[in-house]
Design a protein around this ligand. Structure first.
Ligand code: HEC
Length: 135
């Protein structure tokens, strides 16, 4: 008798319970991978946004008035063509915030305004991303 009760209890309670737990675990795993996918997608979009934003800023905050980004041209400031190959992101950032920290040969210190007072952090980030993309 005792055995019969036990196998019924296994059939009607333990098996469905284990099935439920298994399904739940699958669901949680699926959800995590979904969230990871969404996160990855979002960061790609942000990167593209920042790149486009940086380009707009470059062309509207007078950077382009002093800096050419195609080879061979020279304005008041150095040509930024291929800047990413000769300068780190940290250097580019500093050049925007405190352009007079380093005086380049052939250029007059104080020509470039200190953009740390003019642009907000997001704008500086976007410009750094944009300039770092100039191969
Ligand atoms: C009035 C002219 C002028 C404007 C406007 C200007 N710059 Fe400059 N920039 C310069 C000069 C001149 C230098 C060289 C700095 C020095 O030697 O002190 C320089 C240096 C730099 C450098 C370092 C370049 C290198 O090869 O080391 C970067 C990067 C830069 N500027 C980015 C920008 C960005 C981004 C903007 C717009 C937000 C901007 N500049 C606006 C004149 C300008």
């Amino acid at each position: 008798m005792g055995k019969g009760i036990r196998s019924r209890w296994v059939r009607f309670l333990v098996i469905p319970l284990l099935t439920l737990i298994g399904l739940y675990a699958l669901f949680v795993t699926f959800q995590f991978s979904l969230i990871a996918d969404i996160r990855e997608g979002l960061s790609e979009v942000n990167e593209e946004d920042a790149l486009a934003y940086g380009e707009v800023l470059f062309n509207t905050r007078s950077c382009n008035g002093c800096h050419a980004i195609i080879p061979g041209k020279r304005h008041l400031g150095p040509n930024l063509f291929g800047i990413s190959e000769r300068a780190s992101e940290a250097y580019i950032r500093e050049s925007i915030l405190l352009p007079n920290a380093v005086t380049l040969e052939g250029y007059k210190a104080g020509t470039m305004p200190e953009y740390g007072d003019i642009l907000d952090e997001d704008q500086v980030d976007a410009l750094v991303i944009y300039l770092s993309s100039l191969k």
